[in-house]
Write a protein that binds this ligand. Structure first.
Ligand SMILES: *Cc1c(COP(=O)(O)O)cnc(C)c1O
Length: 381
């Protein structure tokens, strides 16, 4: 935890404002993360994935540092523009868009769109004539802790057809994109995807279409319980893969970090509401209920995928595994049960816990008023 977050939480507690859970994000850490990405891949443009944390403070900071923005909706695009980005620094990266939203984005000046099928290309040709499009390809996401399924992207051979179709309809077939899966702990994951991208470049060139850009997506991890490689090692592996597959004709490149940009900048403070057992049987686990759960911002504990680091004021004491659950009346609101979580035996009701690495994919996942609970309170300092 940074000194600034520590001091902020202390003051909040002293002023008696610590009645609800909260997320505190240290903007200095976001700034450092941006600079690390920019320095590590100096020839690559950074498009921050807005969905990871769309707080205006984060967007304004990144806009001022020169970041571009990957947006999933017109609303996110408007937020990036309001934060100071110019339309040429905003992409519409969702492959699933309403035609009227494409037209709205085009009216805002946005000219860079993702596609993964001919049907979407046709919408863009009608609503955003002359725009640049890049084709998203499928990737199996092995090695990622939050894999992305088959929802986005098409087979590489089909991407060639999709780009060809775009060019025929008067769009600019601009490039290829992929996402290696979020929280990708294997630095080599980009290699295979870049091999596919290079093959698409060659196939398109044979058809007289000269692609210019590879969008290498997000996937850069945040440290949760397990250690993760440094951004520098990702940068070196990516650069080597670019050289290997594109030789000395490396195209324009983009990365879209979300989690890796903001994850480690945030900490959630939560309170222990109840500690109890389900029976008096020998070996029965304790249940620890917090005032935040899956519906309060910890949605990524779904299937116990993301395993956060949780700290307590009693760290250093003996620990034993507990089942960790949220406060709501929904039985799915259990974070860790299949793999119980070690917490101090001396933990007590009313203790405050700190959940590390929660700057990404938390605040916007918290429900509006499920069980009457307010959305997660957030502070960007
Ligand atoms: C969500 C998303 C990202 C960000 O992914 P991270 O794993 O958080 O870095 C990047 N690009 C696209 C298209 C996305 O949908």
């Amino acid at each position: 935890m940074t000194q600034r977050i520590h001091d902020f939480l202390l003051r909040r507690r002293e002023e008696g404002r610590d009645t609800e859970p909260c997320l505190v994000v240290d903007l200095d850490v976001v700034r450092e993360n941006y600079q690390t990405f920019a320095k590590t891949l100096p020839d690559t443009r950074v498009f921050y994935a807005v969905k990871a944390n769309p707080a205006p403070e984060v967007l304004r900071l990144l806009a001022s540092l020169g970041s571009c923005f990957d947006t999933a909706t017109v609303q996110e695009a408007e937020m990036a523009l309001a934060a100071g980005a110019t339309p040429d620094r905003v992409s519409f990266g969702n492959t699933i868009k309403k035609e009227r939203d494409i037209a709205r984005a085009y009216a805002l000046g946005i000219r860079l769109f993702a596609v993964d099928c001919k049907e979407e290309v046709e919408k863009i040709a009608r609503a955003a004539p002359g725009a640049k499009v890049f084709a998203r390809i499928l990737y199996d996401c092995a090695g990622a802790e939050w894999p992305l399924s088959r929802k986005f992207g098409c087979a590489p051979e089909m991407a060639v057809e999709v780009l060809d179709h775009a060019q025929r309809l008067g769009l600019e077939a601009y490039g290829v994109s992929f996402h290696v899966g979020s929280q990708q702990r294997n630095v080599k994951a980009w290699d295979r995807a870049l091999a596919s991208a290079a093959a698409i470049f060659r196939d398109c060139a044979e058809r007289g279409i000269s692609l210019k850009m590879v969008n290498m997506g997000g996937g850069f991890p945040t440290k949760y319980l397990k250690d993760v490689p440094t951004v520098r090692s990702y940068g070196m592996a990516i650069f080597r893969a670019l050289r290997k597959h594109f030789g000395n004709r490396i195209p324009e490149t983009i990365i879209e970090p979300g989690r890796g940009m903001v994850g480690n900048a945030g900490i959630i403070e939560t309170e222990v509401v109840l500690i109890s057992k389900k029976s008096q049987k020998e070996g029965e686990l304790r249940w620890v209920y917090l005032d935040i759960g899956k519906f309060g911002g910890l949605a990524e504990t779904m299937d116990e995928s993301i395993r956060y680091q949780i700290r307590s004021p009693r760290d250093g004491a003996d620990v034993e595994p507990v089942v960790l659950a949220g406060p709501t009346c929904d039985s799915a609101d259990v974070m860790y049960e299949k793999s119980p979580y070690p917490l101090p035996v001396s933990l007590e009701i009313g203790d405050k816990l700190l959940i590390d690495g929660t700057g990404a994919y938390t605040s916007t996942y918290s429900s509006v008023a499920f069980n009457g609970l307010p959305p997660l309170k957030t502070y960007h300092i």
